[in-house]
Ligand binder design. Sequence first.
Ligand code: HEC
Length: 185
Amino acid sequence: MSAEATRGHAFDGIEEFDNRLPNWWLWTFYLACIFSVFYWIHYHTIGSGALPGAEYQAEQREAAARLEAAAANSPITEASLQELAKNPAVVEEGRKIFQDPAKCALCHKPDGSGNIGPNLTDDLWVYGGKAMDIYTSIAKGRPGGMLPHEMYGVTFVQRATAYVLSIKNTNLPGKAPEPNAKKEQ
Ligand code: HEC
């Protein structure tokens, strides 16, 4: 090693050279600085770019919309409803419907534990706890005060069904079971 300039400090006999940083290193550093300015403006200042979280949410919504459109155009079956109930974006839309104070939450409470309407979180059902039974209860209504909801459209009823399937059997303490309710998984 030639006699190169050092920084003038030593620790345990180890000295530090005062070398010039290589150009390739400096340029990657400068370019990263310039890039960060554009990145910051694009994502954080004017918000013209979607951050990964938002992009993921948008993709989830798109996938849910495709799934729902396909389901709305084909016959509604036990399997198609179970499929929707597995999609978190559909269940999330159903949750919004259910917890809307003017909709299901009015009679079933926001957590589904029952008020005027029965507790939907238990395993006891008057009209059946299968996906198709729940779908029919929501779409057509039931004589004891359950309103029909089919006028809001197939997607609405599918989302509400997906949400009810997601809270079914979570067994929240709530309204006492109806005397004519039967146990069903
Ligand atoms: C105006 C009050 C009211 C609203 C609003 C309402 N329900 Fe109900 N719901 C009831 C009542 C009362 C019953 C019991 C009907 C019966 O026993 O004949 C019921 C029954 C049900 C059942 C059948 C339960 C069983 O044991 O078989 C389901 C499922 C259900 N509701 C889901 C919903 C969903 C989802 C919504 C919102 C989209 C909703 N309900 C909105 C009052 C309501």
